[in-house]
Design a protein around this ligand. Structure first.
Ligand code: LLP
Length: 386
């Protein structure tokens, strides 16, 4: 993928319009995931030789068929709670614990104990846990999550680096952690950093690797360096597709400079965002003080990203894709919040009417995973196609 030359946007659904309309007729709101797109993204990353281990961050979308697809493609799974750990072993029974990473944040003691009991790789990101729960960690091998001091991402709320972020051990306390780990006979065999979500700069990960590799040299026991997820997706029509070629080259170069360590990544969004659409139905079309609104049968309860991060998702009237005359609408949901807007000023057919099927694009990541029953509205249904 050449830089500056955006590849055509992935809009697999346009060619499957009739099938999608039939699926929507079974009931909305409904998420639909095309597993062949997930497979394509998995293979994009599987082809990067510099990467030794790939973990899919299941928080982006824990649908069982998606988990099975990425595991089939050679990925391990990254989990952040006991619920996610139990979910992956339930739905992918063949999964060996060595392929599972546990990277929680401020989790209770019992979740670390349960993770060790399951035999998965456990990542710790503070020294206080070692002090308070020596019995949990004594004699164990762990990974250490660091905050390299800077992060990034599509919104301040997903930047996981620096003083404002709760994640990761500060580099200032690195020596203290290593020393205390030694006292407890804890072997640090991995260094980890995930610095944000939706980071545009393909060089970000090589810088993080270099930083961690230098520290790894000072410890001597490190086998793996995990540089996190955070790969972006082009949500807006004018966004450039992520420069995967530059990312790959950067990793190859830095991996060659520090060949002693295995390189791991843990993408979530990149793997699944484009594979998913949210199908809604128009409930009412209303004009108020010159603003035209298309109301749908779900909004922020089904897809929280626009309300939470001002995130952009393409919105299309699937029932009238070829309709020529368009006008601007705010696309809203049925939730009792003024923030319940899926998109402002979107061009949709002027004839948009009750019963039309609305498609919200690129909704496969952090869509269903963050849906709620707010206002006691039902959760969306989910379906997969290949
Ligand atoms: N690894 C760790 C430790 C993480 O915390 C995350 C995401 C990932 C990997 C995967 O990041 P990704 O490749 O998906 O960027 N709800 C937000 C995103 C929150 C990301 C949380 N952590 C959104 O909808 O944009």
């Amino acid at each position: 993928i050449a830089h500056g030359k955006p590849a055509p946007r992935v809009s697999w659904w346009a060619g499957k319009r009739d099938a999608l309309l039939a699926i929507a007729a079974e009931g909305t709101p409904r998420y639909l995931y095309d597993l062949s797109i997930v497979r394509d993204r998995a293979r994009d990353l599987a082809s990067v030789d510099a990467i030794d281990r790939r973990y899919y961050a299941i928080k982006a979308n824990p649908h069982p068929s998606i988990l099975r697809t990425v595991v089939e493609e050679g990925f391990g799974l990254e989990c952040v709670s006991i619920g996610e750990l139990e979910h992956v072993f339930k739905h992918v029974p063949s999964l060996s614990p060595e392929r599972v990473l546990f990277t929680p944040s401020f989790a209770p003691r019992r979740e670390y104990e349960a993770a060790f009991a399951k035999g998965v790789t456990v990542t710790l990101d503070n020294v206080e846990a070692l002090h308070r729960w020596p019995g949990v960690f004594r004699g164990r091998a762990i990974w250490l999550r660091l905050d390299v001091g800077y992060g990034g991402g599509h919104h301040a709320k997903v930047n996981t680096g620096g003083v404002a972020a709760k994640f990761g051990l500060s580099l200032q306390r690195f020596d203290e952690f290593v020393e205390h780990a030694r006292k407890l006979d804890v072997r640090i065999i991995g260094l980890h950093a995930h610095m944000g979500s939706g980071i545009d700069d393909p060089q970000h990960w090589r810088l993080v690797y270099a930083e961690l590799a230098a520290l790894a040299d000072s410890i001597g026991t490190i086998e793996t360096i995990d540089i996190g997820g955070g790969l972006p997706v082009a949500y807006t029509p004018d966004a450039e597709t992520f420069d995967l070629a530059a990312w790959r080259t950067g990793l190859e170069e830095i991996r060659a400079a520090y060949p002693r360590f295995k390189l791991a990544v843990e993408p979530g969004r990149f793997m699944v965002a484009e594979s998913g659409v949210l199908l809604l139905q128009v409930t009412q079309v209303v004009e108020k003080d010159g603003v035209n609104r298309v109301g749908c049968d779900a909004g922020m309860n089904a897809l929280a990203r626009p309300a939470m991060y001002e995130a952009y998702h393409g919105i299309h009237n699937l029932s009238r894709l070829s309709d020529a005359e368009a006008m601007e609408f705010d696309v809203v949901g049925p939730i009792c919040e003024s923030g319940d807007v899926l998109g402002h000023g979107r061009l949709l057919p002027a004839s948009t009417a009750e019963g039309d099927v609305i498609l919200v694009a690129d909704a496969g990541a952090y869509g269903m995973a963050m849906a709620s029953t707010y206002n006691l509205r039902a959760l969306p249904a989910e379906e997969t196609i290949e």
